[in-house]
Design a protein around this ligand. Sequence first.
Ligand code: FAD
Length: 530
Amino acid sequence: MERTRRHTQVLIIGSGLAGCTAALTLADAGVEVLLINAGERLDDGNSALAQGGIIYKSAQDGENDAKRLAEDILVAGHRINRICAVEHLCRQGPFCVESVLIDRAPVPFDTLPDGSFRLTREGGHSVPRILHRADYTGKAIMDSLMAAIEAHPKVTCLHRRAAIDLLTTHHHAKDSQHRYEVMNRCLGAYVLNEETGEPETLLADWTILATGGVGHVFLHSTNAPGCVGAGVSMAFRAGVSLANLEFMQFHPTSLFEERTNRRPLITEAMRGEGARLVDKRGVHFMDHHDSRGDLAPRDVVAKAMLEEMLRSGDPCLYLDTSAVRRDLETGFPTVCKACREAGIDVGHEPIPVVPAAHYFCGGILADIDGRTSMQGLYAIGECSCTGIHGANRLASSSLLEALVWGVGCGEHLARMAKDGPTLPNDLMEAIPDWQHEGDDKRDDPALIAQDWTTIRNTMWNYVGISRSSARLRRAFEDLRDLVRHIHDFYKNTRITRRLVDLFHGSQTAYVITQAAMRNKRSIGCHNRID
Ligand SMILES: Cc1cc2nc3c(=O)[nH]c(=O)nc-3n(C[C@H](O)[C@H](O)[C@H](O)COP(=O)(O)OP(=O)(O)OC[C@H]3O[C@@H](n4cnc5c(N)ncnc54)[C@H](O)[C@@H]3O)c2cc1C
């Protein structure tokens, strides 16, 4: 096959913790894997940004430990979680942490002087059970995994490959006989090679979507730049079932920099250690909103901040760190570094902060093995909805979900792959390469920038922390028109990365809005004010 057309047993789209874990599990079982990602390095997603940690187990190991964790997850998720998925996570979690992150790709988690792990506790957890490496746990995990993957002869990594669309029998097979198959089947993906500027046809017996979050369809987000819901949008266009799309978790404090849309996370632990939210005059306001003050739950603090900002018209609020009880540089090195880069002298001036879109609890509906409603297509990690999180996510459970589903999906596909390739030659030949339909017009950066401004402001103001029928209806109408325009523009313009991201982001925003309109009940991180 030519370079723009390849066949692989397993194609993994996305190289965060979920994608890398699945790749390593498959490769260790002897399966050939093609791992692609949009950025220049494997750790370009949210996984490397994780600060707090990953759930392991409490010091009192045993059956009750898994039950206690399940109860904490159900309470955070308002009990609309998928119970069998929660039980699976709680049972398998400690084994997956041990087999992958302690034995196979050892991560230097923090330990106590006696050599045991230093376990911490976060909001919503009934016991200390979280492993961490200072406040850069995600980076430590990704460094170890990347070293294992990059040394593995069974894994081919391709960077700067942005997936455009899934290939399916119903949508793409030229031979009409294949379109009579009752079950639509995923056959891989069209992927833009940013180095050549050309779309490639990647055919695969099995395709795993591990494309991460959707944060950047909102004005403010803590997420890595490429998180615009590529997996959700491709699955939606292919007719794959999606679930819980209205449940977007917002974090109260991200660093606000006027000149960029970078919003690094300012950890909650700072408020735990005495930092206080204030307005631009230095006046503390949280006590007027909730008796728990600055330490009220995330959704309460984020809502109070939004009200303050709407009332004053100010673009941000501030975190006064003067009363923090720990040394800032040693206690919060990641926060201090982000502030320094933004020109803020932490310790001597308050940190400008805004709430930001943080974690997507919904996504592509997937079962215990990561199987979706389409044959041959799997979804794992933040782009999937396994039902673990229900209406809200328990802190530090998402890295564990990415790990457990990466292992489970990898093991499941390794068993399937034992019998060799499953895509018949005639079906592969029936899939055409990408057709340039347009007249090769260049994309226009001004149009793209304006469309993103519209999407992000619409999502922030109408589909954000507080939602009402009127706001959602307005967002629905605006996004419906915009999606139509972008679709026409996309058809007539030579494909570029900017255009692929815009196309994915606009459709993701549109399907989130529709889900938020359908759910009239305020629950978890879906907050209806009418
Ligand atoms: C600032 C921050 C702090 C966090 N802290 C914690 C924490 O302490 N504990 C915890 O449990 N969770 C935490 N989370 C959440 C957690 O990090 C994520 O849920 C998890 O890492 C998601 O992993 P993933 O593998 O699904 O996706 P990611 O790690 O985001 O990887 C997504 C991958 O998909 C690729 N991709 C996207 N679009 C395309 C495309 N079109 N084509 C090809 N590739 C594509 C990207 O290039 C990337 O490689 C945090 C999140 C953030 C943002």
